[in-house]
Ligand binder design. Structure first.
Ligand code: 5AD
Ligand code: SF4
Length: 473
């Protein structure tokens, strides 16, 4: 037995892997024989809300296999990292944290270490883990979540390393259990994958083609969530605006918004992410007319320069983007707009960068997610000449952040004296609660913990650039 093999139970033939329910039962039995009481699992999620939502399904499966959850890897029997591949920095952090598990595993040889998510869906990464991280037991990609019990069974019963990183086409598995841990705030995926192939982005390669859930499945889940106390529902997809393209019938994202808005109950609907090329007046009208839809539009522009937008394969112009913004503002005067921006795309000149700065000033975003371009192996942009030094890109990044900081400070100052209806969330500070405006700015206010999960009205008394302070009305 090599240094990292697990002690194993009797091995049952592979036909068993075909059956998830059967594997769940067998894993439960094996774990019970091994640990007696409930075994402990630690799940850590990197990256976007899509990953957070996937982790809720993974945790649902782990719960069915008998695991309880702990908050650190040191005392866990099963450790899983759900990884992100969108930028190099995210990948470096994963490698660092997987490295840090080695001494823990050396003390606890029966610990199972699993890695999954977007990073693992890349062939060169799965290969690297196979060769250089022999103490990792299970590696699976974004298409294999529903097979986790079969992988666990193989690993536990035969002590084998399991790699399942095939790309798959086909139906969405609607039968997975979900373990939610966000109280009144919940995620509701409405579609998976992305067909856009923006030239810098790895997502279409690791999450496959767009697949929309049916309106019936979405509505049923929304009803269940509302009945279970959900008050803040975020509809998720890489590009929610292209919802429904692969479905029969005349359904699009605007109609989904209207259907959920029509459900009885007091709740807020949010959504992310939108692609400007598929953002229509019809959708903005639906947003404006639906009282339960948060007046917040996250519309990533990425760049304010038309040549760069073309090189990015974004398929809209600066003028088309600004037209959408002006229409949205005319329909929803109190709309909060946020965006993603990439600074230092290959070949971006300083004057092209200044077009982004001028667009940011014109839109007056509530906040921005700003990123320095990160080269992703296998994407089109990775083949482009990239002559601008990193220091210059960092300088542009800082310049843009300073511009946005000034805008955000000005916007939050204007909020002092106004009252906002917010869902109460816990705060680490004693006697303090948090709420978020529809545009996602945090408000801190004093109040009792029994208000958590309820809507309250808060009057703003003080504003800093990124945070507001207020008092209960
Ligand atoms: N480099 C930098 N930022 C990126 N994003 C996606 N791919 C890259 C990349 N290669 C950013 C985009 C996207 C957000 C989720 O991440 O701005 O909207
Ligand atoms: Fe990536 Fe573009 Fe798809 Fe967003 S729309 S996930 S940036 S390819």
């Amino acid at each position: 037995m090599d240094k990292y093999s697990l002690s194993t139970a009797n091995f049952t033939p592979p036909s068993v892997y075909a059956d998830r329910e059967k594997s769940i039962r067998l894993v439960r039995e094996l774990l019970y024989a091994k640990y007696g009481e409930s075994p402990k699992a630690f799940v850590h999620t990197y990256g976007c809300q899509g990953n957070v939502s996937d982790s809720e399904k993974i945790k649902g499966l782990l719960r069915e296999m008998g695991y309880e959850f702990v908050s650190s890897p040191e005392n866990a029997d099963f450790v899983l990292f759900n990884t992100c591949a969108v930028r190099e920095h995210a990948e470096d952090r994963v490698f660092g944290n997987v490295g840090a598990l080695k001494p823990i595993k050396e003390k606890r040889r029966d610990m199972i270490i699993a890695l999954c998510g977007c990073m693992m869906q890349q062939e060169h990464i799965a290969e690297k883990i196979k060769k250089s991280y022999p103490y990792v037991n299970i590696v699976f990609g974004t298409f294999a979540i529903s097979r986790l019990p079969q992988m666990m069974y193989k690993c536990l019963s035969a002590g084998k390393r399991v790699f399942d990183v095939k790309e798959e086409k086909g139906a969405i598995d609607e039968s997975l259990p979900v373990e939610r841990d966000r109280g009144a705030k919940v995620w509701l995926p409405i579609m998976y994958g992305c067909d856009n192939f923006c030239s810098y982005c790895i997502v279409p390669y690791v999450r496959g083609r767009e697949r929309s859930r049916t309106p019936e499945n979405i509505l049923n889940e929304a009803k269940e969530l509302i009945a279970g106390g959900a008050k803040d529902i975020t509809l998720l997809g890489q590009n929610v605006n292209s919802y429904g393209k692969n479905l029969d019938g005349n359904v699009n994202f605007a109609s989904v918004l209207r259907m959920i808005n029509a459900l009885p109950g007091d709740f807020l609907i949010r959504f992310m992410t939108s692609h400007p090329k598929d953002c229509t007046y019809e959708l903005l009208d639906a947003m404006a007319e639906c009282g339960k839809v948060a007046k917040h539009l996250h519309l990533p522009v990425q760049s304010g320069n038309n040549r760069i937008l073309g090189e990015m394969n974004r398929r809209y112009t600066r003028e088309q983007y600004l037209d959408l913004i002006h229409y949205a503002k005319s329909k929803m005067p109190d709309l909060s707009i946020t965006s993603d921006i990439i600074v230092g795309f290959p070949g971006e000149t300083y004057s092209e960068f200044l077009d982004t700065v001028s667009l940011v000033k014109e839109v007056e975003y509530t906040s921005l997610f700003t990123f320095i371009y990160s080269k992703r192996k296998g994407t089109k942009a990775a083949e482009m000449d990239d002559p601008v030094p990193y220091e210059e890109k960092s300088k542009r990044f800082r310049e843009l952040c300073a511009v946005q900081e000034e805008i955000a400070g000005r916007r939050t100052a204007l909020m002092v004296g106004k009252t906002y209806r917010v869902l109460t969330e816990p705060n680490e500070k004693e006697g303090i609660l948090t709420g978020r405006t529809q545009g996602n700015i945090s408000i801190e206010f004093s109040g009792d913990d029994n208000l958590i999960g309820k809507f309250v009205n808060v009057k703003i008394t003080k504003a800093l650039t990124w945070i507001l302070y207020g008092e209960l009305c």
